[in-house]
Write a protein that binds this ligand. Sequence first.
Ligand code: UN1
Length: 495
Amino acid sequence: MPEVFKNYIGGQWVEASTGKTFENRNPANWEEVIGIFQKSGKEDVDKAVAAAKSAFNKWRLVPPPERGKILRRVGDLMVARKEELAQLMTREMGKVINETRGDVQEGIDTAYYAEGESRRLFAPAAPSELPNKWAFTARLPLGIAGIICPWNFPMAIPTWKIFPALVSGNTVVFKPASDTPATGHRLVEILEEAGIPKGVVNLVHGGGSSVGIPIVEHPDINVISFTGSSKIGKEIAAKAGESLKRVSLELGGKNAQFVMNDANLDLALEGVLWGAYGTTGQRCTATSRLILHKDIHDKFIEMLLERVKKLRLGNGLDPNSEVGPCVNKSQQQIVDEYVQIGKAEGAQLICGGAIPEDPELAQGWFYKPTVFSGVTRNMRIFKEEIFGPVLSIIKVNSFEDGLETLNDSVYGLSSSLYTQDVNLAFRAVRDFQAGITYINGPTIGAECHFPFGGVKETGNGHREGGWTVYDVFTEWKTVYVDFSGKLQRAQIDNY
Ligand code: UN1
């Protein structure tokens, strides 16, 4: 019998009030049930919020370095269980084992960074304009953070959000993606084992409409941090706007790698293979467009095809697999629909473009690594986020042409330029409209201690990661202390 996983509310493992559950299955082998999870509803969210609210009164007064010590223990426990967590994550969402190890490592790095930040939480002080008066600032928690996570980084993304929320003194209501509840669940068990007080972290399993929307709408939740599609992000922002709730959104991407005619082509090839087909293309940072200078266009495509054809699809637990399945059947269908759209639009399908026929893969939601060439800027496969192993190639005549093509997107998360020319590299740094620009590296691979996020419809101006995420989870307090013993009127008594 598969394990039954419960919600975690107020320090207790409890069943959903709905009495309903859902199954979580392995996308590489649909027969395998990973576990049975609670299909929660609004009542469960209400209970979790009530627990978070009462825990907040104490948690906000715990000195941040004490909160940080718990995060260090969380990091230590994750180190000890790294392999076990990676294996579970691969079974749960399909990406290959090396990548799920990396996903856990990103969580570990985030835990230790959060501990360090617990001794900083820097808040500037500046001189007052009046004598015998000081002025400074402090960062205070907002209250309750609603954390809504995607399935593609089932460990890293929850840690990016939950750890800084906690170090800042907030309490948390966490909804993992319903495709990856088991990894989220193990993370909460680790937080419990590391000594997080009851009610400070609450876990509610379930779907977007039954759990996500009640979190967004709850009047006692002060900040929402969401990673997912731009469509859902806009809905969340609109709802949250009604109560002026703070919202941090990390949304879609249509990231491009641009290869100039002077680039090291072998290096650019390794970059695009990793950027486009790592995580089966299911990253918001995935390389979805490849912009090639006309001088190297034909040669590079030849080099690329030779390698893409050889990519080994398979169960991510097999160390020989290079590309895992799509996360679920509907994602596999979306990928196939985009392939049909690309063909109908007149792009040339030069590799893949189908569900593999190999009987060994028949139990999973696999899709052949796919390449389109001859793509033009009016095509949907050039414009829309696909979130699968599909690469669209477009030919350009010059750096200026490539720059304009790269920037021709409603999204702006990650970007990459391969060149040996330092002048072009710095133009890319300045002119690529994206939150992240790589020079001679692929569009994926952000490090946890730097700001992560994008421009345009990729988000709403916030950044996760690094020191910047602490702006999402803290409220500024400005403090004036007048020790002159008399009324001093700013802007008046000193002029
Ligand atoms: C995501 O796809 O939502 O930079 C996150 C990267 C990873 C994080 C991706 N470190 O590709």
